[in-house]
Design a protein around this ligand. Structure first.
Ligand code: PMP
Length: 376
């Protein structure tokens, strides 16, 4: 008998399952609305001009392919965390900030979860927003954390259930671990306002919660990385015990290069040194050290004034198109199809996801009926 005879069939990934169906369809008008990957007007992936220029410059340098250190390329770590926290806050926390280049945002979350599971004593439960990105549950449970949720989205108003969220943050045990999406919440596109962030901060501080901030879309929400960095800057400035997980998949279009950064704030430089030693041990056992190519691209863009200006234009291009698509979808529903339904959430939501309010049966019908319309 095979050693694997008793292994059950696992369920397919909900999002990647849609991509498989999409690939299998021969319909010329097909559109994949599942996976979060930016497309241009022709439906093609977008290679950012800043990335192309950085790659060309790197190609001229004939760099070797030696291993990076366990925590990745030092200049990348500095530039990535400066981008997240902003120069001013960065300078004030630099000597007690632990950071590591990661396998994109998912890898940063996996390292964060491993550190929390191994060393965070007050709790091994992480609270995530309801709803949240589907993979959070997966990543956190894989590291040994229990996952619970707090109220976040109000389906009736299509807005933040701010009261419910604050009440749940209050009701959790003191020193709980709370996952917060820094901007462009996935999947709802609903972010707290700056005033609501102040309220969240107040409760987090009163309850001494630990914040794990997931920032997969810096720059994608508003088109401005500094503005989208509002939450991590506020929390770090106020010395909230926290970790931050950054991804450059979307904002640099480096999806498959797996470029990200994990960072955590220690109470002192001495504590930071101890934490860094443990982060290294964890990474060594997970994947040893990160890949170099994508991080070199990101570091080049962030460190070269000309490329950085180009990159700011590139994210402006992407975020503007996303906003235009939202406006167009809403105007088609309201003006072309004369729908009397309130579609204002399509344009008030932020980032690349549209939480339509359609239920699974409606989505199935839409997929089937459109297929009928388009398939001869
Ligand atoms: N967090 C959130 C909220 C996300 O939406 C994503 C990407 N879909 C990620 C993390 C991680 O993505 P990646 O590993 O590709 O950077």
């Amino acid at each position: 008998m095979s050693a694997w005879a008793k292994v059950p069939m696992g369920p397919p990934d909900a999002i990647l399952g849609i991509s498989e169906k999409f690939k299998a369809s021969t319909n010329a008008k097909k559109m994949n609305l599942g996976v979060g990957a930016y497309r241009d007007d022709a439906g093609r992936p977008f290679l950012l001009p800043s990335v192309r220029k950085a790659e060309n410059a790197l190609a001229q340098m004939n760099l070797d392919k030696e291993y990076a250190p366990i925590t990745g390329i030092p200049v990348f770590r500095e530039l990535a965390t400066r981008l997240a926290y902003g120069d001013e806050v960065y300078e004030s926390i630099a000597e007690r900030l632990v950071s590591a280049q990661s396998l994109s945002g998912t890898g940063a979350l996996r390292v964060a979860a491993a550190v929390l599971a191994k060393f965070y004593e007050p709790s091994s439960t992480i609270y995530v927003s309801n709803p949240t990105w589907g993979n959070h549950n997966n990543v956190f449970s894989a590291a040994g954390l229990a996952v619970q949720s707090y109220r976040y989205y109000d389906p009736k108003t299509h807005m933040l259930d701010a009261q419910g969220m604050l009440a749940d943050l209050e009701d959790m045990p003191d020193r709980s671990i709370v996952l917060l999406h820094a901007c462009a919440h996935n999947p709802t596109g609903v972010d707290p306002t700056p005033e609501q962030w102040d309220d969240i901060l107040r409760v987090v501080r009163t309850k001494n919660h630990f914040v794990l901030m997931d920032m997969a879309y810096q720059g994608f929400a508003s088109g401005n990385p500094a503005r989208d960095g509002f939450a991590p800057r506020l929390f770090a400035e106020m010395n909230v015990p926290m970790m931050l997980c950054q991804s450059f998949a979307k904002n640099m279009g480096l999806y498959g290069e797996r470029v990200g950064c994990f960072s955590m704030l220690a109470a002192s430089a001495e504590e930071a040194a101890r934490l860094e030693s443990q982060v290294k041990i964890i990474i060594r056992g997970l994947y040893s050290n990160p890949p170099v190519h994508g991080a070199r691209i990101a570091a080049r863009i962030l460190g070269d004034p000309e490329l950085r200006t180009q990159w700011h234009q590139d994210i402006e291009t992407m975020s503007t198109r996303i906003r235009d698509m939202r406006a167009l979808l809403r105007s088609h529903l309201e003006d072309t199809f004369h729908s009397a339904h309130d579609w204002s959430h399509i344009t008030s939501q932020i980032g690349m996801f549209c939480y339509t309010g359609l239920n699974p049966a409606q989505v199935d019908k839409l997929t089937r009926d459109l297929a009928r319309v388009f398939d001869p």
